[in-house]
Design a protein around this ligand. Structure first.
Ligand SMILES: Nc1ncnc2c1ncn2[C@@H]1O[C@H](COP(=O)(O)OP(=O)(O)OP(=O)(O)O)[C@@H](O)[C@H]1O
Ligand SMILES: [Mg+2]
Length: 327
């Protein structure tokens, strides 16, 4: 696979009269061709700063970036025609229709007018293209924004929070649109807070916290690296749960008692649980791994924001997660 985007060691410090604020602290990211790549991070972690730096809107203080193999910002003019982006939510004239808006943008960008109908079709606005933008719903405005970024037939589309403010139906439409674009061969980078959506839409993700990358890879890889070692255990009704918990704890298990079941926190080998309990004549009626989703990984990684010199890398987390018991 070839990388459409490579960022390494990106640094950005905003300076104002009030002092300096480090927004990016050696940030790295790779987006492979043909992927829908999710860019995740809590508020203020540096997503918009990264995207603005990439597009030459602000100057970095260090690091390297390439888009489609060309070093940017130096060679941005050569690749600018291949990159479509919506970074700050674009403002359109409310009195113009979608078609007029796109037609104007096409003229300004030297794009063939035939593209206007093509992009209206792609984003699903063709039927409503003759209506004024001010009568549009938020979801339709977002789609118009995507349409404007698609005019020049980009190979690489960058969207900052495209699902922001959309209801579940609007989000689903956006998801379908992203898939359509990706299937047509485009590489898409999108930042988002809506993790369940990212998990559904994206092939791969980068998670940023406090200006540094804390996880990256395919969604499946990131989830696998943070595979939960928690197991839910249920016993037959009437069986002594406390006795079972005690026996497990004595063997080194971390047990949390719930109403009608208990959770073993460090069960990297669930068979140990059944074996040990059976040894005490206690039989398990249910043993279920507690599943991990992107949201829980995100919280795990970003809940404790990295501090200077003590950055939690994926490997550290994976190394500590492997501690078993009773082995
Ligand atoms: N123009 C600016 N001047 C000073 N500080 C800024 C400026 N823009 C952003 N910052 C700071 O840089 C940090 C990163 O901001 P950024 O907008 O990149 O975060 P973000 O990940 O996009 O957040 P959000 O999810 O809220 O959009 C924040 O601490 C923010 O306050
Ligand atoms: Mg932002």
């Amino acid at each position: 696979m070839t990388a459409v985007l490579e960022i390494s060691g990106l640094q950005k410090t905003y300076r104002s009269r009030k002092g300096a604020r480090k927004a990016l602290d050696g940030f790295d990211m790779v987006v492979e061709a043909g992927q829908v790549h999710g860019f995740l991070g809590p508020n203020g972690s540096g997503k918009t700063t990264t995207l603005r730096t990439l597009l030459g809107l602000i100057k970095p203080n260090g690091g390297r970036m390439t888009i489609l193999g060309r070093e940017v910002p130096q060679h941005l003019p050569e690749v600018a025609g291949l990159v479509g982006a919506i970074v700050e939510s674009p403002q359109f004239f409310g009195n113009f229709t979608a078609r007029e808006t796109l037609s104007l943008l096409a003229d300004a960008g030297g794009v063939d007018q035939r593209r206007v109908d093509a992009v209206l079709e792609v984003v699903g606005l063709r039927e409503r293209a003759a209506e004024r933008v001010k009568t549009y719903s938020l979801g339709m405005k977002q789609r118009l924004a995507v349409a404007s970024a698609l005019l020049k037939e980009p190979k690489f589309l960058i969207l900052d929070e495209p699902a922001n403010g959309l209801d579940p139906g609007g989000i689903r439409e956006m998801r379908t649109l992203m898939r359509t674009l990706s299937d047509s061969g485009m590489t898409v980078l999108l930042s988002s807070h809506i993790l369940a959506e990212i998990q559904l839409i994206c092939d791969s993700v980068t998670i940023i916290a406090a200006g540094r990358r804390v996880a990256a890879g395919s969604v499946a890889e990131v989830l696998a690296e943070h595979r939960s070692t928690k197991v839910k255990v249920r016993l037959e009704p009437g069986v002594d749960m406390f006795g079972a918990a005690q026996a497990l704890r004595a063997a080194g298990a971390e047990v949390t008692l719930e109403q009608d079941h208990f959770i073993v926190g460090n069960a990297s080998r669930p068979a140990q649980i059944t074996r040990l309990l059976a040894g005490h004549q206690i039989f398990v009626s249910e043993l279920t791994p507690v599943t991990v989703d992107l949201e829980s990984v995100f919280l795990q990684l970003t809940g404790t924001a990295p501090v200077e010199g003590a950055n939690r890398q994926v490997d550290d987390v994976a190394a500590t997660a492997g501690n078993g018991w009773g082995q």
